[in-house]
Design a protein around this ligand. Structure first.
Ligand code: DX5
Ligand code: ZN
Length: 217
């Protein structure tokens, strides 16, 4: 079954606890947390303190998406704060293999992320090592942007790479995912759908999650 991972980037930060409980009760599979440093992407958001603060309020896996330069410097902090999955951008890692192993050493699941313009082949030699591949379907930095349909071919490409390896890593998509765009992601092979504005800008989060899941099945 397809998983839905609401991104708290579009939540009301003045009541983050309630916002997380709301999507947890509404059927979310993961809580997606967008970490931005103002360097790798033109926005600044969440640090380990916030991850630690929300950790006690849900048992769902915290899916932490690091959009930061030199992520090695912060892997330990996010793992200690309670991140279950830590994903790093191939474009932000000088030694991707080392970073992936650092995440494993800290007991978290590993994810590797590709920006829309980055080719699938850049992760060919790390694929076996990761638990999750995250394909950006917008340029990272902000919620509420339009889905880039050209990435759908890359979802299929990575899905095929995984099948050839016989590796069942999760395949996640992030950016502009809503009840209209979810179906093409799912058809191409994605099994985890991140959705920020499509969930949090909807008054009824359970309904929003169901609509996204329903359109992708
Ligand atoms: C973008 C973030 C996304 C964002 C998605 O840089 O990585 O996770 O919150 O938001 P929507 O679903 O609104 O595009
Ligand atoms: Zn994200």
């Amino acid at each position: 079954m397809v998983k839905v991972a609401p991104s708290i980037l579009s939540a009301d930060f003045s009541q983050l606890k309630e916002e997380i409980i709301d999507v947890d009760k509404g059927g979310a599979d993961y809580i997606h947390i967008d970490v931005m440093d103002g360097h790798f992407v033109p926005n600044i958001t969440i640090g380990p303190l916030i991850v630690q603060a929300v950790r006690p309020h849900t048992e769902l896996p915290l899916d932490v998406h690091l959009m930061i330069e030199e992520p090695d410097r912060y892997v330990a902090d996010f793992a200690k704060a309670g991140a279950d999955i830590i994903s790093v951008h191939v474009e932000a890692c000088r030694h991707l293999h080392r970073t992936i192993h650092l995440i494993k050493e800290h007991g978290a699941k590993t994810g590797v992320v590709l920006n829309p313009a980055t080719p699938a082949e850049t992760i060919k030699h790390i694929l076996k090592e990761v638990d999750l591949v995250l394909l950006m379907t917008v340029n990272p930095g902000f919620g509420g942007q339009a889905f880039i349909p050209e990435v759908v071919a890359k979802i299929e490409e990575v899905k095929n790479m995984l099948s050839e390896l016989g590796h069942d890593a999760e395949l996640e998509v992030d950016g502009g995912v809503n009840k209209e765009t979810a179906a093409s992601c799912r058809a191409a092979g994605a099994n985890v759908l991140v959705a920020g504005s499509a969930v949090y800008k909807h008054a009824d989060r359970q309904k929003a999650i169901e609509q996204i899941r329903g359109s992708a099945e």
